[in-house]
Design a protein around this ligand. Structure first.
Ligand SMILES: [Zn+2]
Length: 210
């Protein structure tokens, strides 16, 4: 992963960035105490209407049904003025109580979408467990699809659009795996053994030589 402050490559095991010194404890000192997030939807400042809340929750549940190992949380939250977005989101992801101790590092497949309704900033962060599998371009495309809605104040719709776009991208991603692996459903070991059957060989010869 890259350092959220300076984008220098960061080892998962290192506590602080070798280039700029960013660390979670430094972020604690800078940002204070983190809000405690509710899974699926956190809107502690009450920016969403009642119907906005329920439509985001409905879309989240649908996403969860389709991808049960990828918990997704939408955070609607106005950051203090002048807050650097990337380090702040990284810090919230780690400090807002979203994950259990069992979901550390590679076992963490959470996605956190953050929309700041004041500045209309929109960004997302993935757990380490998704990082090697889900390309950043997919996240960027999903954010781009939602950005205009966030800018026009349609915060709930922006969150829903992000999830829908991400859903499409994840389906497309898994459909590419057979091609990446060169996998063929017919090319099983038992099928290969069948090809070794002399009778099969004869039939194959027959086809070739009329
Ligand atoms: Zn750094």
């Amino acid at each position: 992963m890259l350092c959220p402050a300076c984008e220098h490559p960061l080892e998962e095991s290192t506590a602080a960035c070798a280039k700029c010194g960013f660390s979670l404890s430094q972020a604690d000192a800078q940002f204070g105490s983190a809000l405690q997030a509710q899974p699926r939807l956190t809107d502690l400042q009450g920016h969403l209407s009642k119907s906005g809340r329920s439509s985001v929750l409905k879309a989240t549940l649908e996403f969860e049904q389709r991808f049960p190992t990828i918990p997704i949380t939408t955070l609607i939250h106005v950051a203090p003025e002048g807050t650097p977005y990337r380090p702040y989101l990284f810090w919230l992801f780690n400090r807002s109580g979203l994950h259990t101790a069992l979901e550390k590092a590679g076992a963490n497949r959470h996605i956190l979408l953050w929309i700041d309704p004041d500045s209309c900033h929109l960004s997302a962060i993935l757990g380490y467990g998704l990082e090697p599998l889900v390309p950043d371009s997919l996240i960027q495309v999903s954010l781009a699809a939602a950005r205009q809605l966030a800018h026009s104040g349609q915060t709930a719709q922006a969150a829903i659009t992000f999830m829908r776009q991400l859903d499409l991208g994840l389906v497309n991603l898994q459909s590419q795996l057979p091609e990446i692996f060169g996998w063929s459903p017919e090319g099983t070991w038992s099928a290969l053994e069948d090809e070794m059957d002399p009778q099969e060989m004869d039939r194959a010869d027959g086809i070739l030589s009329y």
